[in-house]
Design a protein around this ligand. Sequence first.
Ligand code: ADP
Length: 377
Amino acid sequence: MRVLVINSGSSSLKYQVRDTDTNEVAASGLIDRIGEGGSGPADHGEAMDQVAAVLEGELAARPLDAVGHRVVHGGERFSEPVLINNEITRAIERLNPLAPLHNPANVLGIRAITAKWPDMPQVAVFDTAFHRTLPEHAWRYAVPDALYRQYGIRRYGFHGTSHEFVTGRAAALLDVPLDEFNAVICHLGNGVSLTAIEGGASIDTSMGFTPLEGLVMGTRSGDIDPSILIFLQRQGMSADDIDKLLNRESGLKGLYGDNDMRAIVDAAAAGDARAKLALDIASYRLAKYIGGYHVAVGGAHALVFTAGIGENSADFRALVASRLGALGVKLDGGANLVRSSAPRVVSAPDSAIPVLVVPTDEEQAIAEATAAVVRGA
Ligand code: ADP
């Protein structure tokens, strides 16, 4: 099938045309500055017109069979990809309060396609869906019940499409049946999240009510004492100030001044103390979470690295592994340095747990999920 994958943000629209039989990327691109005036498109409808114009020759040669949307928040309702209709679009819209930057943009993307190609099958693939298997003791916060009942305050988890894709590849690489596979999956990109996999399913994940919880990220703080927010509010900071501080100005950027892992590793190697501290804080917190999840899954069969940093930074992988001696984790120095787009083992033969690098591909996962839903419809 030929699937157009859409990742729609508030002012941008990323797209890829994927062939799910050959896995070929027939076209890809990004339309940005939507609604920002100047030369940018006025709205998501105009942005879709631009995409359609760019793809004209491509689509004339072979028309699309379906469109797959990355939708950030599926709340408690969506545990798998679904065929979109008006009711589904409204349900996604009702989840806007839980993802105020993302879901409204996803809905605009869906409506732009509906307006342009009314008969095109569209599928929503949710970032939260894979984590719907979390047991209640993992998704509840220790706060009064009313907060959950009234506002839906609970842990949802994100990056699910990537975690699911990588879990399947890792089990296949190790030749373990998926429903017997226990693992700790480390998605280390600009956003960072860990998932504890038991029997192929997500039983815990480090992001929570929003993607802010958990590990040290490119520009997000991850876990901090919630009293810090109250303290800052009493110092006169507004909710928006604190939002920006913790989501855009913290993490590696806050610690070092730049969130590019390559720059931080280079600076640390050249003796920069702030860069070294940033790496130590990020790798220390990650190692603690890995240890916790190893216990949560009753012993992981594999530790898996993916996304920009996980796939490409041999230095960061080595630093994390150096903190996991208690688990008997040992990397193979040579294998860890190999650069490849193939899933691979980077641990030494005598490592207690194999360590894998498995490249993620969210667009491929969305295209495949879309094709499966449309075929089954
Ligand atoms: P996003 O969450 O935006 O999709 P990515 O998965 O692309 O992010 O990851 C971005 C991160 O990957 C950045 O910190 C970047 O520095 C890092 N990265 C990309 N390539 C390399 C590389 N060759 N070596 C080290 N880090 C890399």
